[in-house]
Write a protein that binds this ligand. Structure first.
Ligand code: SF4
Ligand code: SF4
Length: 271
């Protein structure tokens, strides 16, 4: 049941906190459980605009306001025993995904900065002001298990593709032919990491027994090539390449100067 337009009252927030385990009144035992669970559970999806996990667990004051503001009951608070940090918001897409509300009611209500509105804002040239943009949310990244996704078996299924609010951007369908038989085609979903918001509507809709497309936190799902790899065709990287060449040139000049100061000036003359 949706609870759209519901305004969180102090009583609602208290109720949410109590639902979340009532850790405030229970004391040491629950706090200890929270600490253990906070350390052992990196596999957690936070609301849109959440700051980095390490900072998030320090900043969140566990008020539950974001949970109360969510009209789809997507967000819930960690409770003792569910292996999530107690009292802090998270969501489980297979149960209830984020519906990507354009007005993002869960974010501006956060009093602590654990949800940072700047992360879901964009500059509107026409209005000449910042506006909310849920498509900038980075809750996680959808990952496909090629082994269990039936589209990879050649069975026609485009459920996740159709469930995606950024259809043909975050999830595209890739057409390939079965090379062995020559007659069967595959239409496979492919996720664009840079665009995927991690809302989990794909995971929620997946028809396999256990979802074959699942959202993981970005830090777990994505790799890092390292600064020394450069994409020759990328404008930004082209700039980096020039800067790097400039740095190398500068290093060579410094080396020559050092050689000179160390007395190897004859080599310098030969050059
Ligand atoms: S954007 Fe997602 S998490 Fe936030 S209120 Fe809407 S459904 Fe809930
Ligand atoms: S993220 Fe913000 S609104 Fe949500 S429980 Fe934490 S402090 Fe409260």
């Amino acid at each position: 049941m949706k609870k759209k337009d519901k305004v969180a009252t102090r009583r609602d927030i208290l109720k949410t906190l109590l639902k979340g385990g009532g850790y405030l009144g229970i004391g040491g035992l629950t706090w200890g459980a929270y600490l253990n669970e906070a350390k052992s559970e990196p596999m957690i999806l936070r609301p849109p605009a959440a700051i980095d996990e390490e900072e998030f667990v320090k900043a969140c004051v566990k008020c539950g306001t974001c949970v109360e503001a969510c009209p789809y009951d997507t967000l819930r608070l960690g409770t003792p025993g569910d292996t999530k940090p107690v009292g802090m918001p998270y969501f489980v897409p297979r149960e209830i995904a984020c519906e990507m509300c354009p007005d993002i009611p869960c974010v501006p209500v956060c009093p602590s900065g654990a949800l940072d509105i700047n992360k879901v804002q964009t500059f509107d040239e026409k209005k000449q002001e910042k506006v909310l943009d849920i498509n900038k949310a980075q809750m996680g990244v959808a990952i496909i298990d090629n082994e269990s996704c039936i589209a990879f078996w050649g069975i026609q299924c485009d459920i996740c593709y159709r469930a995606c609010p950024l259809i043909d951007e975050a999830i595209k369908l890739e057409y390939t032919q079965n090379e062995r038989t020559g007659k069967h085609a595959f239409l496979r979903p492919v996720v664009d990491n840079a665009v995927c918001t991690g809302c989990g509507l794909c995971e929620n809709a997946c028809v396999t027994e256990k979802a074959s497309i699942r959202v993981l936190p970005r830090t777990l799902a994505t790799g890092k090539a390292g600064d020394h790899y450069i994409k020759g065709w990328d404008k930004e990287d082209e700039k980096r390449m020039k800067e790097k060449e400039g740095e190398e040139q500068q290093e060579k000049v410094s080396d020559k100067a050092l050689e000179y100061l160390n007395g190897d000036w004859e080599d310098l003359i030969d050059d």
